[in-house]
Each structure stands twice: as C-alpha cells, then as structure tokens.
Design a binder for this molecule. Structure first.
Ligand SMILES: C[S@@+](CC[C@H](N)C(=O)[O-])C[C@H]1O[C@@H](n2cnc3c(N)ncnc32)[C@H](O)[C@@H]1O
Length: 211
C-alpha cells in the first residue's frame, strides 16, 4: 500500500502522539520533553511535543518523489517522525537531526530503521552523507527559529539551502505572522496550514526562495 499521492504529498494515517514504534517504548515522552525545556527553553521552544493534529498538518505538506528522502531538523521525541512513518514513508528515507544526546538515543530506540543523527543542524551538509544530497524532497524544520537573532536564523537557512537547493522548507510555529523576517532572508512565506488543536495553536509555513 502506498501513501504517496500523485502530487507527491504524504497522507496522514493516524495520530502520532500515542503511537508506539516497533520498540515497546512510547514515542511522545512528554516528561523527557518538559525536562529538556526546563534545562534549555530557547533550544526546545515548547514545553510539550507537537500534537497529533499538528503532526498530521506537517505530514500533509510533506512532498517527495519515491526516490527522495525527507529530512527533519529538531526531531525532539519523534512525534512528527512517527507520523511520517505512519503515512507510509519508508524509515530508510527519513533522516532526523537532534542536538540533545538523550533525545537522539530515544529516537534510535523508538524509530527503528530511521537514520538518526545526533548533531547540530547548522552543520547539516557535514552530517548528511553525500548520497542524500540532491535527493531530498522536503526539509522540515522544527527548530524554534523565531527565538533566534536574524544572523543565527540565517545559519539554519543556509544549511538547509546547501543540502536541498531550490526546495524550500517547512517550518511550524506558534506565530500568527511569519516567524521568519522574509525580506531579510530573501524568502517567500506561505502559511499552508493552521490548527487550534495544539498547545499553543500552531501554523505550518512553507518558505521558498523569493528570487
Ligand atoms: C519545538 S522542539 C520540536 C520537537 C519535535 N519535532 C516536535 O514537534 O515535538 C525543537 C527541537 O529542536 C531541537 N534543536 C534545537 N536546536 C537544534 C540544533 N541546532 N540542531 C538540532 N536540533 C536542535 C531541540 O532539542 C528540540 O528537540
């Protein structure tokens, strides 16, 4: 059974929050998430993992050709990753990057077969193998960019554009307006989806080059 539509969009199958990977450990782990937020609120950007509704919204905007990969930056405890797998994305086509070692270890346990990279997404081009470069359908950025100064935001955007030139990227945020200053970054923003069923209510933005 394939879950990839003719437009290449993935179709959400079911909620991810309560899903369990092949391993017995639950994916969501809100307690681990909350403890990391206390330790570093700016790095986490949220006190709880994304809701099943937000995960579904992100999945619905994720596009890829059959031979292309999906890259998720800031995977946290893996709820969006799990929703992507539930939509039919083969685990070997999913690359997730997470900077917190305990979370990366959790992701390896609950997402068997997924390519989990423990590292800083600003170094994305060095983290991904050459075989993936140029074969990325969608980059999903979960890192709370709105909390960063513009030059720091730029480092993440440059890293994404280096590995997936011309593809743009998805970014979910609690902002009503664009979380990124598009003019300063030479980007065009489109608010693809919104859900009140997240804490806080969230939007999915698609950023593409304005040029
Ligand atoms: C808002 S949480 C999103 C978590 C998850 N994707 C979800 O939707 O529940 C942001 C995540 O980005 C990670 N993160 C922050 N800075 C990062 C960086 N430079 N490189 C990789 N991951 C980073 C944090 O550790 C955290 O897990």
């Amino acid at each position: 059974m394939t879950h990839v539509t003719k437009t290449g969009a993935l179709t959400p199958e079911r909620g991810a929050q309560g899903s369990v990977g092949d391993a017995a450990e639950p994916v969501s782990n809100p307690w681990m998430f909350f403890r990391r937020w206390i330790a570093n609120p700016l790095q986490m950007g949220s006190i709880v993992p994304s809701s099943p509704m937000l995960c579904g919204r992100v999945v619905a905007q994720t596009r890829r050709a059959p031979d292309e990969a999906v890259v998720e930056l800031g995977a946290g405890t893996g709820v969006i990753s799990r929703a992507l797998l539930d939509s039919g994305l083969p685990p070997e086509k999913l690359w997730v990057v997470e900077i917190v070692p305990a979370m990366a270890a959790h992701l390896r346990r609950v997402l068997p077969g997924v390519n989990v990279i423990e590292g800083d997404a600003r170094l994305l081009a060095e983290l991904l193998p050459a075989s993936v470069l140029g074969k990325i359908g969608t980059v999903i950025c979960g890192i709370p960019l709105v909390l960063l100064p513009v030059p720091e935001q730029r480092r993440f955007i440059d890293a994404i554009q280096a590995v997936a030139p011309g593809r743009g990227f998805l970014h979910y945020s609690y902002c009503v307006t664009s979380p990124l200053p598009t003019g300063k970054h030479g980007l065009a923003a489109k608010r693809e989806a919104w859900t009140p069923l997240n804490f806080p209510p969230a939007s999915v933005w698609r950023y593409t080059s304005a040029a």
